[in-house]
Every structure is written in C-alpha cells, then in structure tokens.
Design a protein around this ligand. Structure first.
Ligand code: HEC
Ligand code: HEC
Ligand code: HEC
Ligand code: HEC
Length: 173
C-alpha cells in the first residue's frame, strides 16, 4: 500500500479517463444507427433503402431487344461501345411502357460536344473537334448519323438515315 501513498492524483486522472470512456460509449450507443455492423462496416438498413429507390436506367440489353435495327447500325460503327442511355439518358420508364413514355428528342449540338469537344486534357487518340470551326453552328446530325457517326467509311454512314441528306454536299466540311 505504501507504493500508493502519494498516488491520489493518478486515481483522479484515471477517474477522468473512465468517465471519458463511459461518455464516449454512451454517446456512441445513441448516435450509431441500430443496424450498423449487421453485415459489415456499414448500416444494414442501407441495403433496403437503396433497393427501394426507383430504377432509372434500363440497361442497354433492354433497349437492344426492342430496337435491334439501331443495335445493328451501332454495332457496325464507332459508337459500338457507347451505350444507349449514355446519349438518350435514363429510360427505364420508356423501356417499361414504350407506348406512353417516349424519350425526349436529343439536341446533338449539346449532346455530341459533351464527349467530342476538343480539349487538351483528352487523350490524343480520342476523336475530338473544335465544334465552332467544325460544324459552323449546324447540329452534328446534319452530317453524322448518331448511331454510326464516322463519315469517311462510306457505306455505314450513307446507308443510314435521311438526316444526312438535309445538307448539300458542299455543306460538308
Ligand atoms: C419494350 C420495347 C422497348 C424497349 C425495351 C425500349 N424501347 Fe424505345 N421504343 C419502343 C417503341 C415501341 C417506340 C415507339 C415507336 C418507334 O418510334 O419506334 C420507341 C421509341 C424510342 C425512341 C424514339 C423514337 C423516335 O422516333 O423518336 C427512342 C430514342 C428510344 N425508343 C430509345 C430507347 C432506349 C434508349 C431504350 C433502352 C433504355 C429503349 N428505347 C427501350 C420500344 C422499346
Ligand atoms: C452517341 C449517342 C447515341 C447513342 C449511343 C445512341 N443513340 Fe439513339 N439517337 C441519338 C440521336 C442524336 C438521335 C436522333 C435525335 C433523336 O431522335 O432524339 C437518336 C435516335 C434514336 C432513335 C429514333 C430514330 C432512329 O434512328 O431510329 C431510336 C429508336 C434510338 N436512337 C435508339 C437507340 C438505342 C436503342 C441505342 C442503343 C443501342 C441508341 N439509340 C444509342 C444518339 C444516340
Ligand atoms: C458518351 C460519349 C459520346 C457521345 C455523347 C458521342 N460520342 Fe462520338 N464517340 C465516342 C466514342 C467513345 C467514340 C469511339 C472513339 C474511338 O474509336 O476511339 C466515338 C466516335 C465518334 C466518331 C468517329 C471518329 C472516327 O474516328 O472516325 C464520330 C464522327 C463521332 N463519334 C461523332 C459523334 C456525334 C456526331 C455525336 C452526337 C450525335 C457523338 N459522337 C456523341 C463517344 C461519344
Ligand atoms: C457540315 C457537316 C458536318 C457537321 C455539321 C459536323 N461534322 Fe463532324 N465531320 C464531318 C466530316 C466530313 C468528317 C470527316 C472528315 C474529317 O475527319 O474531318 C467529320 C469528322 C468528325 C469527327 C472525327 C474527327 C477525327 O479526328 O477523327 C468527329 C469527332 C466529329 N466530326 C464530331 C462532330 C461533332 C461533335 C459535330 C457537332 C458539333 C459535328 N461533327 C458536326 C462533317 C460534319
């Protein structure tokens, strides 16, 4: 007992720590959601909450089942790896009920530059244009078929859409 003769301050300090730990445990018990740790280091309830959110994207397989003509065109062109909803936006509602929900018309002057506007930060190998010079204000689909956009491949570009005939040959770059 002699060893603890002058140790009162140590016990007081220990008491402060014990109180601190108790407060921490108490506050934590109140603040941490009940389902935390149920499955792992996250809220178990979060799974149900996320699953309950509405589905916005249908996925390209759904589109392709009904629009196989577009798929065939796209497969042959440079946009083969760009998925439908990257351009058409989330279309789960349309895919579920195509008769009553139609996708909005796209404005190519806005859409295409989102990916193709020239920018020094993009890889050189990615096709890009300075749209102001390149299209002189015309919508991109005046000349390019969106589902098979390359022009110099002749057949795929020409066999596609009446949109390409809207501009006189002299109008192409
Ligand atoms: C269950 C069949 C079905 C599915 C799935 C479906 N569509 Fe459609 N889609 C239609 C029908 C039917 C029309 C209206 C008729 C038409 O114009 O071809 C239409 C019309 C469209 C149009 C407008 C056509 C126009 O002339 O303006 C676009 C764009 C479109 N679909 C894109 C998509 C995309 C993108 C997806 C995938 C997320 C998709 N569709 C999934 C059946 C479907
Ligand atoms: C690079 C962007 C892009 C991609 C990828 C794309 N579309 Fe389109 N799509 C367009 C544009 C632009 C139009 C013409 C404007 C409009 O109708 O809104 C169009 C038109 C359409 C149309 C109506 C006219 C037509 O050509 O038949 C349908 C249907 C359609 N797309 C379905 C699809 C489906 C299905 C996919 C995936 C297999 C797809 N699109 C992928 C940009 C795209
Ligand atoms: C979501 C991004 C995205 C959008 C939006 C998009 N593209 Fe593309 N585009 C691509 C990718 C990816 C490629 C393939 C690049 C490659 O082959 O390296 C491509 C390729 C092309 C090419 C072929 C270039 C070549 O090498 O010959 C043209 C032309 C083109 N796109 C025009 C358009 C037009 C016109 C639109 C609007 C209707 C459009 N793109 C919208 C991503 C996009
Ligand atoms: C007046 C017709 C016309 C319009 C409008 C047009 N293009 Fe083009 N575009 C062409 C032609 C022709 C080529 C192929 C010759 C070439 O490579 O320059 C081309 C090539 C491209 C390429 C490939 C460039 C490369 O380096 O391989 C991209 C990307 C492209 N266009 C995107 C667009 C976008 C985005 C728009 C809309 C802002 C657009 N184009 C509007 C005629 C047009």
């Amino acid at each position: 007992m002699n060893a603890f003769k002058d140790a009162g301050h140590i016990f007081r300090l220990a008491a402060v720590f014990v109180c601190g730990i108790l407060v921490f445990v108490g506050v934590r018990a109140v603040l941490v959601p009940k389902s935390f740790g149920q499955y792992g280091h996250y809220r178990g309830d979060a799974l149900a909450e996320i699953a309950a959110r509405p589905v916005n994207f249908a996925g390209h397989q759904a589109c392709e089942d009904c629009h196989s003509d577009v798929l065939d065109k796209k497969k042959a062109g440079k946009h083969v790896h760009v998925n439908c909803e990257a351009c058409h936006g989330a279309q789960a509602k349309h895919a579920e009920d195509p008769a009553s929900v139609q996708p909005a018309k796209l404005d190519t002057a806005v859409l295409c530059v989102r990916c193709h506007e020239a920018n020094i930060a993009k890889p050189k190998s990615f096709p890009q244009v300075a749209s102001a010079d390149h299209s002189s204000g015309l919508p991109c689909d005046t000349c390019h078929q969106p589902h098979s956009p390359a022009i110099d491949t002749g057949e795929t570009a020409q066999a596609t859409t009446p949109a390409t005939t809207k501009v006189a040959p002299g109008g192409t770059k």
